[in-house]
Design a protein around this ligand. Sequence first.
Ligand code: HEC
Length: 144
Amino acid sequence: MQTFNNITGNRLVIAILVCIFIIYNIIIYKGTQPLTAEKLSDDALAGQLLYQKNNCTACHQLYGLGGYLGPDLTNIISTKGKGPEYVKAFLNSGIKSMPRFHFSEKQKDAIVAYLREVDKTGHFPDYNARMHPTGWVEIKTKSE
Ligand code: HEC
């Protein structure tokens, strides 16, 4: 009798957990979530391509994601004391393990345009980010 009760009890617990799991998934996947995508300008797109082709991301991060040899570049354009000319100087000269790149002025402008548009999307690290119970993380974009 005792064993029988344990087994039905266990099944009940598992059934409740499965129900919670299903409801949780329905809330996440059916819930309203902001899905507006940022669109890059043509210049920034050209810059993004250069950023990818030259493996900047192997050493640098955007929003904390990427390689860790160099610093995060999310807000490099708006950081006080840095900015477009600062970025170009690093591309011209290289530093430590970062190679010198032989970009044309137009290519450097494109990379700056890309980093400028990335910068406009928000802050990293974002100390004001809010996490909802569904797991959705709400961040304030700079355009808001
Ligand atoms: C092999 C690794 C490597 C690659 C590839 C690389 N970098 Fe770097 N980068 C670094 C390192 C290391 C630093 C200097 C970190 C320091 O100051 O100690 C740096 C510094 C910088 C800085 C200055 C950052 C700051 O906050 O002072 C910028 C801007 C930059 N890199 C842009 C780029 C771009 C754009 C590309 C691609 C075209 C690129 N890097 C490719 C390693 C790399």
